[in-house]
Design a protein around this ligand. Structure first.
Ligand code: SF4
Length: 247
């Protein structure tokens, strides 16, 4: 008899409302290959940590919450980086789709797993986190190579998966017009985009670093100013329009 795969889950939120449409059950999978300077979930970095749950149990749990999902809700996998547990994720998405449940993947797209096509074929929506649209800035923010995530994005486009695009804006790091311009260019080239948001950097995660005995890389950086964020958001939409017209 085939055994269902076991995954590591850092935490579960049962009534999430911002990570995908409607009311959702949110699974934070353990493990992340990136080390974003502003990460507020460092407790999710280690892959073999957290609760262990096989996909059969996951489905049983999800079915309990299904009545709350209505027409638009469902399940979102976040992290960490959910693609780190590609085998588990692929199986979990498949069983959820077989049970007619809406699926969403909240990801940085940082993976070269051969299972990506299978994962994307069972994903209704990708919430794609654009760390940066410039290779140097991407490396500075995440410590990794941007091409991996660009390749993921291309693959998602070939699967025609709907996209919500997000970027965290941090004072002194990427709250500038050059970054907005580069991000706009990247977004303007994409199809199937349903939503675009700039998210303000906040300092709520800093205490977690102390608990984990880790040095916080953005010590002293203040939370993002909301007026400046609005300005940058307006600029982003304007630039996207501009680049779309010249596509
Ligand atoms: S991808 Fe997410 S979990 Fe991983 S380091 Fe970056 S912000 Fe943290």
């Amino acid at each position: 008899m085939n055994q269902s795969k076991i995954g590591y889950i850092n935490k579960i939120e049962t009534f999430a409302t911002v990570d995908g449409p409607g009311i959702r059950t949110l699974f934070f999978l353990s493990g992340c290959p990136l080390r974003c300077l502003y990460c507020h979930n460092p407790e999710t970095w280690q892959q073999e940590s957290g609760l262990q749950m096989d996909t059969t149990k996951l489905l049983t749990l999800v079915k309990r919450y299904k009545p709350y999902y209505g027409d638009s809700g469902g399940v979102t996998f976040s992290g960490g980086e959910p693609l780190m547990q590609a085998g588990y994720l692929a199986e979990a998405l498949k069983v959820l789709k077989e049970a007619n449940i809406n699926t969403c993947l909240d990801t940085s797209g940082y993976s070269r797993s051969p299972l990506l096509p299978e994962i994307l074929s069972h994903t209704d929506l990708v919430i794609y986190d654009v760390k940066a649209a410039n290779p140097e800035l991407y490396k500075k923010i995440t410590g990794q190579d941007m091409q991996v995530t660009i390749d993921f994005l291309k693959l998602a486009q070939s699967h025609k998966v709907k996209l919500w695009i997000r970027q965290v804006i941090v004072p002194g790091l990427n709250d500038n017009e050059v970054n907005i311009e580069e991000t706009a260019k990247l977004i303007a080239d994409l199809d199937f985009v349903e939503k675009i948001e700039l998210l303000p950097y906040h300092t709520l995660g800093t205490t977690k670093y102390k608990k984990l005995d880790l040095k916080y890389p953005l010590e002293g950086v203040e939370a993002m100013n909301s007026d400046r964020l609005k300005e940058l958001t307006n600029l982003l939409f304007k630039k996207i329009e501009h680049y779309k017209q010249n596509r």
